[in-house]
Design a protein around this ligand. Structure first.
Ligand code: MEV
Length: 323
């Protein structure tokens, strides 16, 4: 048994299929080069200690037997519940000190909660010789995320575990790596932090009296995902861009686009992008843009001129790993 380990897991960007993937349709997600790093150390005491300055949790300490009860600060939730679930499941009892460092802000919607959950599961698997394979890490981590959020397709957990670019079906029923290179995406933040569960609930409420149309939209998004998968595998970027625009129309009909996202998307399209859409739950967060390489600079300037913040990220990165 080791005493200390450092692991890391990537954040994600949804390329196609958000919202519909919560309800049994596929999506395409890519892992990005911004990672959460987590060090885990076995202690002689029976304490759980956590330092997670990025989510404003410092000097946090409680007994292992108190894990998950009382006063769990919001930023510590995923890490603490992950530890609690694994300690119970595998009858672990040693003290544990966890420290996290994030390369990206939790406000971007890159999936920092899921990436840290995956890091805890991987780290405990290594520290306590649990010998979990990636599918088991996915299943355990997804269960933890659902315990806390109550909702979610698990696509972000899959990206954190497996990395690369994945064709993913709700709950991990299909997790298929797509053999494509890194997409040269322009990614831009709207300046507005979004709340995924709130947005999922709002969409449902908005369509309470029109669930037939909601099903049609989700089915149409699902068929865009299938076409996008083919186009990506053929490296047919013009078609991928066109499908991004079609996906965005349906997301707007769901009511999850906002004027700020629309103006960033329009700025990108006006300057020659193949296509652009919001990425993630909507209501803020980021847009992704696919543009010919030579138009990249102009696209970025246009987005900045309407108040977007360009984020330098690469796609198709490696999943969870021991550092
Ligand atoms: C949020 O980034 C994407 C959603 O589809 C939620 C999910 O799939 O868990 C809205």
């Amino acid at each position: 048994m080791m005493d200390k380990i450092i692991v890391s897991a990537p954040g994600k960007l949804m390329i196609f299929g958000e919202h519909a993937v919560v309800y049994g349709h596929p999506c395409i997600v890519t892992a990005v080069d911004q990672r959460i790093r987590l060090s885990a150390e076995v202690l002689d005491s029976s304490d759980f200690e956590l330092e997670a300055p990025d989510v404003e949790v410092t000097n946090y300490k409680k007994s292992i037997s108190e894990l998950g009860y009382r006063d769990v600060p919001e930023g510590a939730q995923f890490i603490e519940v992950a530890a609690k679930n694994l300690y119970e499941k595998f009858s672990l009892n040693k003290g544990l000190r966890i420290t996290t460092i994030s390369e990206f802000s939790s406000k971007f919607g890159f999936g920092s909660s899921s990436a840290s959950t995956v890091c805890v599961v991987k780290a405990l698997s290594e520290l306590f010789d649990l010998d979990l394979d990636n599918k088991e890490i996915f299943d355990l981590s997804y269960e933890i995320v659902l315990d806390i959020q109550g909702k979610g397709s698990g696509f972000d957990v899959a990206a954190a575990v497996f990395g690369g670019t994945l064709y993913f079906l709700t709950g991990g029923k299909i997790i298929e790596p797509l053999n494509i290179g890194s997409l040269s995406l322009v990614v831009a933040y709207s300046g507005i932090k979004a709340d995924t569960v709130k947005l999922i609930n709002e969409v449902k409420e908005r369509f309470t009296n029109n669930s037939k149309r909601l099903d049609e939209i989700y089915t149409a998004i699902g068929s865009i995902v299938e076409k996008a998968k083919e186009a990506l595998l053929k490296n047919d970027l013009a078609t991928v861009g066109k499908l991004m625009n079609e996906n965005q129309i349906l997301l707007a009909e769901l009511g999850v686009s906002i004027p700020k996202l629309d103006s960033m998307i329009n700025a990108a399209r006006r300057t020659g992008a193949y296509g652009a859409k919001l990425s993630g739950a909507g209501g803020g967060d980021c847009i992704i843009v696919l543009a010919p390489q030579e138009k990249g600079f102009n696209v970025e300037q246009a987005i900045i001129s309407v108040g977007g913040e360009i984020i330098d990220v690469k796609s198709n990165e490696e999943g969870v790993r021991v550092e």
